[in-house]
Ligand binder design. Structure first.
Ligand code: URA
Length: 463
């Protein structure tokens, strides 16, 4: 018996096991993760295993083991030293999603520490770091000790992943991106949670997008991912909630880099705009859950009220400006955001018929934003801080032919034709108003997530 426990493992056997529908145990998962992080398993073998995992799915135990092994593959952050409860929010990616710029300072203003490690534009979705870097001087790449100093001083810090944090994810994610194995619930769960759990969080709020702009288009897949992430993070000791939120149209009225920051800061300044109300509401709901799970309110509803007070009273704005300054950013650009906005080319897109705006293919809209210059063609290429789209109509708005639908901001006029063609295909009109979609359609906490997963495994045992 001892002999089999210590029998050497060969990665080729783990590829074959997964290919044939088996489940890897903890020791086998540990070999995979260590081998990815230290480079001892070659990329072709890792890629073969990823494809087998994508096609066969990961069991709940495998997902949990993979998440924890990836979390432990590098350095970890310990916010306990700050003497505050640490909470974070993570979104599965969307178009116009700028809630991080609101929820991080709101939760910090309510007494929590928010160590937020964020990402760059991915596929059709924008990246929090790219948006922040449109502020002159803002440094997203801090060392762990600089990160801790900013958190101590301001309560919130939004940074990029350090090279030493979850190195296994960097390798596996890059391979998934190149081998068509991104859209797997188990792999997404392990990738996102390993990074969030390495932040040493006490509580986590997950914003799982559904609808035409989400990565997982099928609603059942989004639900499964939400439940899977809640159950996995809770099993690792982090209080977690997941909200299923609408991505059937861009969030708020802008999508791009600088223009998204300007919209978020407008709300932090207490201003209201009808087309930014969904952004304001979702930010308060997410922040309310952060405040509740972080122990600063009796319920998520009471947390919402505290969040609203921090927003309207200006304390969240003060945290945001302090954080930007602590990262080296020039806050004076917010004195006149419109004057700072200098796109290379601007073009208005007018409605081409009368009708209600009925459907938006938000993924196509996201690609239009990226191709205006807000995203990158190659990894590591710079992005245009001023590129993006401002929307003048939302789903359900009645428009007359010739009325402005959107304003496009591009790096130069050569970048306008493709995004305009994409928008013309993406936006549809109808004679009757479309059915409204709720901003938050479902909430998973530990108990509801576990029940959901039990039923899902019963009806589709391959999960
Ligand atoms: N974001 C991540 O960090 N990982 C994924 O797998 C998907 C989105």
């Amino acid at each position: 018996m001892t002999a089999s426990v210590h029998a050497p493992l060969h990665f080729i056997d783990l590829i074959r096991k997964k290919r044939d529908g088996g489940s890897l145990d903890q020791r086998e998962i540990a070999l995979l993760v260590c081998g990815a992080a230290d480079g001892s398993i070659p990329p072709e073998q890792l890629s073969a295993w990823l494809m087998a995992a994508f096609l066969r799915g990961l069991s709940l135990d495998e997902t949990r083991a993979l998440t924890l092994a990836m979390r432990d593959s590098g350095e970890k952050f310990s916010p306990a030293r700050l003497g505050k409860v640490a909470v974070d929010k993570h979104s599965t990616g969307g178009v116009g999603d700028k809630t991080s710029f609101l929820v991080a300072p709101i939760a910090a203003a309510c007494g929590l520490a928010v160590p937020m490690i964020s990402g760059r534009a991915l596929g059709h979705t924008g990246g929090t770091l790219d948006k922040l870097e449109s502020i002159p001087g803002y440094r997203t790449a801090l060392t762990l000790s600089e990160f801790e100093t900013v958190l101590e001083k301001c309560g919130a810090s939004i940074v990029s992943q350090t090279p030493k944090l979850v190195p296994a994810d960097r390798i596996l994610y890059a391979l998934r991106d190149r081998t068509g194995t991104v859209e797997s619930p188990g792999l997404i769960c392990a990738s996102i949670l390993s990074k969030k759990l390495a932040e040493g969080l006490d509580a986590l709020v997950l914003d799982v997008k559904t609808g035409s702009g989400a990565f997982l288009k099928d609603r059942k897949d989004s639900e499964y991912l939400a439940a899977l992430m809640v159950a996995t993070a809770e099993a690792a000791g982090t209080r977690t909630v997941a909200l299923l939120t609408d991505m059937s149209q861009p969030l708020g009225r802008s999508a791009g880099n600088w223009i998204e920051l300007a919209e978020a800061v407008e709300l932090l300044c207490g201003e209201r705009h009808p087309a930014s109300e969904d952004l304001r509401e979702l930010s308060l709901i997410l922040a309310g859950w952060m405040i509740y799970l972080g122990g600063q309110a009796e319920s998520s509803e009471a947390g919402y009220q505290s969040a609203a007070t921090a927003l309207t009273g200006g304390s969240a704005l003060r945290v945001f400006f302090a954080m930007v300054a602590a990262h080296g950013g020039d806050v004076s650009v917010f004195n006149n955001p419109a004057a700072f906005h200098k796109p290379g080319a601007t073009q208005e897109l007018d409605a081409w018929k009368n009708g209600f705006v009925s459907e938006m293919d938000t993924t196509a809209i996201g690609w239009a934003v990226q191709r205006l210059g807000a995203g990158r063609e190659r990894a590591g290429a710079p992005v245009d801080p001023h590129a993006g789209i401002e929307f003048h109509a939302r789903r359900g708005t009645w428009v007359e032919k010739g009325q402005p639908l959107a304003t496009l901001y591009a790096t130069n006029s050569d970048c306008l034709a493709e995004p305009i063609a994409l928008l013309k295909q993406a936006i549809h009109f109808s004679k009757t108003p479309p059915q409204q979609v709720p901003l938050v359609s479902r909430t998973f906490i530990r108990e509801t997530a576990e029940v959901y997963l039990r039923d899902a495994v019963r009806s589709a045992p391959s999960f």
